[in-house]
Design a protein around this ligand. Sequence first.
Ligand code: PLP
Length: 224
Amino acid sequence: MTQTQYKIYIDDIIRRVEAARLKVSDHHIVKIIAISKYSTSQEIKELYEIGQRAFGENKVQDLEQKAQELEELPLEWHFVGNLQKNKINKLLDLRPALFHGLDSLELAREIQKRLEVKEMTLDALLQINSAKEQSKQGVMPEDALEIYEEIQKECPNIHLKGVMSIGAHTEDQSIIRESFLTTHKIYQQLKGATICSMGMSGDFELAIECGANMIRLGSVMFNK
Ligand SMILES: *Cc1c(COP(=O)(O)O)cnc(C)c1O
């Protein structure tokens, strides 16, 4: 696509985000992370040129490759995938702005060890499996508060900023809404949390209405 074509798509998304956020409040600001996992470095560059700065990948090797290809641009890279233990060091070396997929105390402990060795910190979100789906990663909603506090206590090099969820995998809007509200309720109970990351191409307006202030848009953002 050309830049002009991207502008048309992006303008439409911005309008939809705007309408949804105003239903929450005039002061509800929503940040868009462009998930570039189906897109090339050239396509990322096109979006960058019309103003998008934050991008996200779900595979460490893809993040590494695209960050390298685009290293001259001041991009903010997010990692939204699930992290295997043998990829922790590689991810940390890429210094992502935010890791959205912290999904267990065990993984947090493992990351903490590596962070200590590297004398670094990592901003992260606790992923919550709010619809309790077998196919999804994340902590159970009833355990989330306790695990969040435990990570804060045990893992000083991990700076928890809030929570992340993927909406329930169904056509039923009321079930998707319920899953977002479950995550948002946990978010509101966390002291000092500032990020509630939920909503993707198919459900971002609903996520915003349920309180999301960070949305992760892949296919609609790149018009795939
Ligand atoms: C792929 C992905 C997205 C974006 O998905 P779209 O439906 O294309 O918007 C968002 N979050 C995560 C964790 C993803 O893996």
